[in-house]
Design a protein around this ligand. Structure first.
Ligand code: G6P
Length: 607
């Protein structure tokens, strides 16, 4: 079972560099082990090993292979250790079929038993290895390569994106069902990959393959057919991501680059969507009245996107729209009764997170409407939901989400304003004030990233046993997000709490070795200040994130990370950027692999 990134390249005399580069670009999807297979005119060559793509790269270059067609894989193991044997590509007994797979083959036990009974020998513990053996079986029965590929795929249950090569055939065969796969069309051939950044520096012309599509790609042609073999015409799209956005551009880490580019990302998110003077929001595909029938909202998401959803829950309820936020993995258990007028909003940066996709798939009730809020045009969630709203943040490579959180919350605030205007009786107290604060948000974020003291405070705060993050109202999801970021990239203990909740249990853990980070937005500050005093009475040092105009907070705090004065609903976003920077600098001091934290992957396509 794997999450991972897959890639393929055709059309050049030697594809090795492009394949290795594609894997490096996809490493954010997994980095436990990696491999490539090449068609070199004289059989299939496979190079694979545990470790990061950099280790594979060094190995491959030492051995100087070449090939005209190749496939590659970088793995995030969920089952089967990250060993050389479990790394992809997987091959069949005779070595003339090589396969890379992303997803889970649920009936692999049964298939393996059947294949072993037919004398196939397996060399890995993965579910994926059944695929090359199934293809081999059909080839032996007399099928041509494409027919053998189709017949093998027909046997699979589960979710997958698969690319295969057969010795002697100058083509790759690809299909998907529930896992992402995109075809890149370059002037000199083709790419296949789990995600566009794999090949963005070569081409921006893409076809997002759909479930059931079978693509046969040679050096100069591609055909797409449905599962019955009937031709399908899919018009290529041009992605408007800038290749430079997917590069590090002199930064030590993608994460810091992506934190710094939040003002630009937000400009793109907001562009053309706000008229602050008239107090109106223009959401392209959603003209006024689009949400007039919405009576309540359920937001469903994972990880950082869940925190954006929890933030949006507050934004909606402030406007009189009943809303709840749900962790996607738990959604089926907690929210399966959908009353008439429910809008279910799936929030997902990648648009490929299995838990979130499954939550939406469980909604079969015709009365409920689904909306995807995502960064990736053409992603699975954007196609499966009734409608899609894009956050327009540009590609995000660091495993820890940063700029996409800001763009998600800004987009969800626009959505909340649109809904409030559409739904009778609901309305923001002061739409114009919020919208003009939104217009100032990119500039305010610039002020934060250009003037932050997070590096100095990180040096002073580093080394505490525990780190608590607290806040109330919109600052509560920000506290949760601050703690998530901190634990993800520093590996230090961190927890986020609703400020009021501290005294109901967690206070028992507070000592002078607990750093408490308190988020203030200008709303309910006095109450959070009382919570700060409770921890200070137990000798815990407090870092406050607040406007310098909040004099009582500034006086009480041991350290201050200031944010520009703004509407409380947006202060949480500014505070979050300071928290991102604090985590980043502590992780940097501890020399952690910031862009690729251990055991994590950016896009988790298994439940
Ligand atoms: C993984 C990543 C998180 C991310 C979450 C949801 O857990 O490590 O950083 O927030 O997935 O991803 P999505 O693409 O659905 O927003």
């Amino acid at each position: 079972m794997t999450v991972c990134g897959i890639t393929a390249r055709t059309g050049r005399a030697d594809v090795v560099d492009d394949l290795l580069n594609g894997l490096k670009n996809l490493e954010y999807r997994g980095y436990d082990s990696a491999g490539i297979a090449l068609q070199n005119g004289d059989g299939l060559d496979v190079y694979k090993r545990q470790g990061e793509t950099g280790d594979l790269d060094a190995d491959v270059r030492r051995r100087r292979p070449s090939g005209e067609i190749g496939i590659g894989h970088t793995r995030w193991s969920t089952h089967g250790a990250p060993t050389d044997a479990n790394a992809h590509p997987h091959t069949c007994c005779g070595g003339d079929v090589a396969v890379v797979h992303n997803g889970i083959i649920e009936n692999h036990d049964e298939l393996r038993t059947e294949l072993e009974a037919a004398a196939h020998e397996f060399t890995s513990e993965t579910d994926s290895e059944v695929v090359p053996h199934l293809i081999e079986e059909r080839l032996a029965a007399g099928d041509g390569p494409e027919a053998a590929f189709r017949a093998a795929i027909d046997r699979l249950e589960g979710s997958y994106a698969i690319v295969a090569m057969v010795d002697g055939r100058d083509a790759v065969y690809a299909t998907r069902s529930g896992s992402p796969l995109v075809l890149g069309i370059a002037d000199d051939g083709y790419f296949l990959a789990s995600d566009v950044p794999a090949f963005l520096e070569y081409t921006d012309r893409v076809v997002f393959l759909e479930d059931g599509d079978v693509a046969t790609v040679t050096a100069s042609t591609h055909t797409i057919t449905d599962s019955d073999g009937a031709m399908i015409v899919r018009t290529p799209e041009t992605v408007d991501w800038n290749p430079e956005d997917a590069e590090k551009r002199g930064y030590d880490h993608y994460m810091l680059k992506e934190i710094d580019e939040q003002p630009d990302a937000l400009e793109r998110t907001l562009e053309g969507r706000i008229d602050a003077e008239r107090g109106t929001v223009d959401l392209e595909a959603f003209p006024p009245g689009s949400f007039a029938d919405v009576e309540r909202v359920q937001l469903v998401a994972c990880g950082t996107s869940y925190h954006a959803a929890a933030y949006a829950q507050r934004l909606l309820t402030h406007r009189g729209i009943p809303a709840t936020a749900h962790r996607a993995g738990e959604y089926a258990e907690t929210a399966n009764t959908l009353e008439h007028g429910t809008l279910v909003v799936g929030v997902s940066q990648s648009g490929e997170t299995a838990d979130t996709l499954q939550s939406l798939r469980r909604i079969t009730d015709a009365d409920a409407r689904t909306l995807a809020v995502t960064n990736v045009v053409g992603s699975t969630i954007s196609r499966e939901a009734d409608d899609a709203l894009y956050i327009r943040a540009g590609p995000e490579i660091g495993v820890a989400a940063t700029k996409t959180f800001s763009s998600q919350v800004a987009t969800l605030l626009l959505l909340a304003e649109r809904m409030a205007a559409d739904v009778d009786g609901a309305g923001s107290d002061d739409t114009s004030a919020v919208l003009s604060a939104l217009e100032s948000l990119p500039g305010n974020l610039r002020t934060v990233v250009d003037n932050t003291d997070a590096g100095a405070i990180a040096r002073r705060a580093n080394g505490r046993e525990s780190h608590f993050f607290i806040g109330r109202d919109v600052a509560h999801p920000v506290a949760l997000e601050g703690a998530l970021k901190f634990k993800e990239i520093t590996y230090e203990h961190a927890e986020g709490f609703a400020a009021a909740q501290l005294k109901h249990g967690p206070l028992a853990l507070v000592t002078d070795d607990t750093a408490v980070v308190a988020v203030f937005t200008g709303r309910h500050d006095e109450k959070t200040l009382a919570n700060v005093r409770e921890v200070q009475a137990r000798d815990a040092p407090v870092i406050a994130i607040a406007s310098e105009d909040s004099h009582s907070v500034v006086e009480a705090a041991d350290e201050l990370l200031p944010i520009p004065d703004t509407e409380p609903e947006l202060a949480g976003l500014l505070a979050n950027v300071q928290l991102q920077l604090l985590s980043y600098h502590v992780a940097d001091l501890l020399d952690r692999p910031i862009d690729k934290p251990r055991n994590l992957a950016k896009s988790v396509t298994v439940e």
